[in-house]
Design a protein around this ligand. Structure first.
Ligand code: URA
Length: 246
């Protein structure tokens, strides 16, 4: 088993670092930074509005199939005009772990599935290093549509889309959330802190105080492989959450 994990760690590019430190002292601090008021049109990651505040509703009672259908025909923001298709999410609807990225890119827009490009390949390797198959977790994004030219999601887009994510979380009831990258982390936690400050701890998310761990986005890890060691520590932290006896 260790050799298998080492192989996956090597795939992540961190073979030399095998489980040296166990994550310790993680705190479920329960604190959430106050949402920050932003001008319309600003990029998204600064203060998630609770979807109860958003005209949107009608989503809270939907089952998985109806929710997917609602997303597929959504026109709540301008992104519907430029998307090829929506990217709802993939994985087990009973998964313990929910992975939340930012928004679909070109590959995802084409294939209709999150994290299928190069970043997705690395995410798969990261999951395998944790002993998980991609199919066994649930993977989705803050936005269900691709922003043109892969620009950052805007706050109005994230606000319009958030009832869908909220409903996915409610249906899934995950034991842990892994927020990948700045956009996802800042939006979910209503914080403006950089990922480097948000990662490395267990945080509480949402009305149910679901444990949430922030880590680097795989696309960032592809550009900055030195950060993979820290990402691995984050993944070990997530593993402690989903391995905990219920
Ligand atoms: N990056 C993301 O954040 N999500 C995807 O689905 C693909 C790339």
């Amino acid at each position: 088993m260790d050799s298998l994990r080492n192989a996956y760690l090597a795939e992540m590019g961190i073979a030399a670092l095998v489980a040296r430190d166990r994550p310790g002292g993680a705190v479920l601090d329960g604190s959430r930074s106050s949402p920050v008021a932003l001008q319309d049109g600003a990029a998204a990651p600064h203060g998630r509005m609770d979807s109860r505040d958003v005209e949107s509703q009608g989503v809270e009672s939907l089952d998985w199939a109806a929710l997917r259908a609602a997303v597929a025909t959504c026109q709540r923001c301008e992104l519907h005009k430029t998307r090829r298709q929506t990217v709802f999410g993939t994985g087990r609807q009973t998964a313990d772990l929910l992975v939340i990225g930012e928004a679909p890119g070109a590959d995802e827009d084409q294939q209709g599935e999150p994290f299928v490009g190069r970043a997705g390949q690395l995410l798969n390797a990261m999951l395998r290093a944790m002993g998980l198959q991609r199919e066994h977790v649930y993977i989705t994004n803050i936005l269900k549509c691709r922003p043109p030219n892969n620009r950052d999601p805007r706050r109005d887009e994230a606000t319009a889309c958030s009832p869908f994510l909220d409903r996915q979380i409610r249906l899934l009831q995950p034991r842990a959330v892994l927020a990948l990258g700045r956009i996802s982390a800042q939006w979910l936690l209503g914080s403006e802190l950089p990922v480097g400050k948000l990662r490395g701890q267990i945080r509480a998310f949402g009305a149910q105080d679901t444990p949430l761990v922030v880590s680097y986005h795989p696309a960032y890890l592809l550009r900055s492989p030195a950060a993979k060691a820290k990402a691995w520590q984050d993944l070990l932290l997530v593993k402690t959450l989903i391995d905990e006896p219920q």
